[in-house]
Design a protein around this ligand. Structure first.
Ligand code: F6P
Length: 558
């Protein structure tokens, strides 16, 4: 693979620096002078419609950003990813989450394997399993059908499934519930299993590596909970044989390491696989989504995959000037590298998307939180920004104050759907319309603000005028779609996957490794003896760590 191009040494970078220096954002004037601004700057990808017009961009800025993509070789990077080249260089792996949603029959040979064929063979297993659980054919050890599936996983083996399950709640089969256990804080498992009937509960242990401390610990705790509860109810005896049967009926696994699944005691016949070319944070559309497939059913899951695919096609084929993931990725580069933004807010006006910002945090920050490029050299500019957010309108009554009137530039993505999941009325008022009125109002207020004269015209006493002025020129992108369906959710996820890749490609980084999470994991294991009371191990720690552990040990009473 050729060395990354230093983006800061391109012609386009110089142009963009000049444009940033001379930029005097005036969205009021820009809209007044150009009645076609909204139309010109609205782009579509599948069912997604994104209005970029309330961003701090001019035609020159957009053109220079697109030039930057060309100068760093983005089209080649996109082609390399889709072709299965080993663009995850530090792990020497292909990056092929796009193959997870390729239609049956498509051919793609990577490292000697027909990957799309493998994907569909595994999907067929997941779908058959989902059908068996949903129909009641798959039963627990006492012959009762399953009513609760619990996914045990963390990071990419949790955030995608839980986010999508929450987002697609209206599509979940009645009488079925999914729960998600991720944290090694025992509270998570204790509260998620509280009150559950073990006879109707099925655990899905999801771990790409099947070596993650949290997941394996929780899986062992879950197994103990299952067996203890079944024994306490007199349903199985104390022996190993019935325990084995119970585990086989109540545990399945998803992993790339099927040997470790077997070693844990889960029958490999009840395991679903995926491949090292699927990154954890890009895996919700692999067998990692089994809990979702059970909850919403194979047909809806297939629609979800088709949604991803529609945006993949757009990303691969649309001209950069109309390519939504490319434009949004470039826009983030503009704000982060030229206008000094350090964070990016994602504000879904859809309560069902309440876990979407958390999901995006892993997707974007684990991907682009890097300080070296894919050839090991230091990056030449700032990289990944902090993603954060909460659903509107809740956020309006919490942190929007800072977005509207604070001193920092915070680019925002507003996401909304024309059709409500629950069309309720409050007397004569269609509540979804009231909700969307807030969505529309917020982006207008951010963009156009309120001048001191306008504040005065409202009769505001002079001393209070400054506090009530809104500067405007605060950027937002409005992403809308007809409804939050499985297909649209797939489109949204693919949009963010690809814009994350675009940003990484501009910076020349490997967006698909995550070495930054390793040190903490190693140290936790090293520290465990000191926490458990090993005095020599405690003495070997730095003074702060020693004093923290000592405090813990003196305070622990139960
Ligand atoms: O925290 C790092 C990480 O490797 C994530 O990238 C991954 O999604 C998560 O841990 C879980 O890993 P696994 O699926 O192997 O249990």
């Amino acid at each position: 693979m050729s060395a990354p191009v230093d983006p800061t040494r391109t012609e386009a970078w110089r142009t963009l620096s000049g444009l940033a220096d001379s930029l005097r954002p005036d969205l009021r004037a820009w809209f007044a002078d150009d009645p076609s601004r909204a139309e010109r700057l609205t782009f579509e990808a599948a069912e997604l419609r994104a209005d970029l017009s309330k961003n701090l961009i001019t035609d020159e800025v957009l053109a220079a950003l697109v030039d930057l993509a060309g100068e760093v070789g983005l089209p080649d990077r996109i082609a390399a990813m889709f072709a299965g080249k080993h663009i995850n260089v530090t792990e020497d792996r292909a990056v092929l989450h796009t193959a997870l949603r390729a239609p049956e029959g498509e051919r793609l040979a990577v490292d000697g394997h027909e990957v799309v064929e493998q994907v569909h063979a595994e999907l067929a297993k997941v779908y058959a399993f989902a059908d068996r659980v949903r129909s009641g054919e798959w039963t627990g050890v006492t012959g009762k059908p399953i009513s609760t599936v619990i996914n045990i996983g963390i990071g990419g083996s949790d955030l995608g499934p839980v986010m999508a399950y929450e987002a697609l709640k209206p599509y979940v089969k009645e009488g079925l519930e999914a729960r998600f256990i991720s944290n090694i804080d025992p509270t998570d498992l204790a509260t998620k299993t509280a009150g559950l009937d073990p006879e109707t509960t099925l655990f899905i242990v999801s771990s790409k590596t099947f070596g993650t401390l949290e997941t394996l610990t929780n899986a062992r705790l879950a197994r103990a909970w299952l067996l203890d509860s079944l024994r306490a109810a007199g349903v199985i005896d104390a022996g190993d044989d019935q325990a084995k049967t119970a585990v086989a009926k109540h545990f399945v696994a998803v992993s790339t390491a099927l040997d470790k699944v077997a070693a844990f005691g889960i029958d490999p016949a009840n395991a679903f696989g995926f491949w090292d070319w699927v990154g954890g944070r890009y895996s919700v559309d692999s067998a990692i989504g089994t809990s979702l497939a059970v909850a919403i059913g194979p047909e809806r899951f297939a629609e979800f995959l088709a949604g991803f695919r529609a945006v993949d096609d757009h990303f691969r084929t649309a001209e950069p000037t109309r390519n939504l993931p490319i434009l949004l990725g470039l826009l983030n580069v503009w704000y982060g590298n030229f206008l000094g933004a350090a964070t990016h807010a994602v504000l879904p006006y859809a309560q069902y998307l309440h876990r979407f910002p958390a999901y995006l945090q892993q997707l974007t920050m684990e991907s682009n939180g890097k300080g070296v490029r894919y050839d090991g050299s230091p990056v030449t500019t700032e990289t990944g920004e902090v993603f954060w957010g909460e659903p509107g309108t809740n956020g309006q009554h919490a942190f929007y104050q800072l977005i509207h009137q604070g001193t920092r530039l915070i680019p925002t993505d507003f996401i909304a759907f024309a059709n409500p999941a629950h069309p309720l009325r409050d007397g004569d008022t269609d509540v979804h319309e009231l909700f969307l009125a807030n969505f529309f109002a917020q982006t207008a207020a951010l963009a156009f603000g309120k001048t001191a004269d306008e504040v005065r015209e409202e009769g505001t006493p002079e001393p209070i005028v400054p506090a009530r002025v809104f500067s405007g020129n605060r950027p937002s992108t409005s992403i809308m779609a007809p409804a939050l369906t499985p297909a649209v959710l797939g489109q949204l996820i693919a949009l963010y996957e690809h814009l994350t890749f675009v940003q990484g490609a501009i910076w020349g980084i490997d967006s698909f490794d995550q070495w930054g999470v390793e040190l903490g994991k190693q140290l936790a294991l090293q520290l465990a003896p000191a926490v458990a009371g090993d005095e020599a191990a405690l003495a070997a720690q730095d003074s702060s760590t020693r004093s923290l552990i000592t405090y813990y040990r003196t305070q622990r009473t139960r």
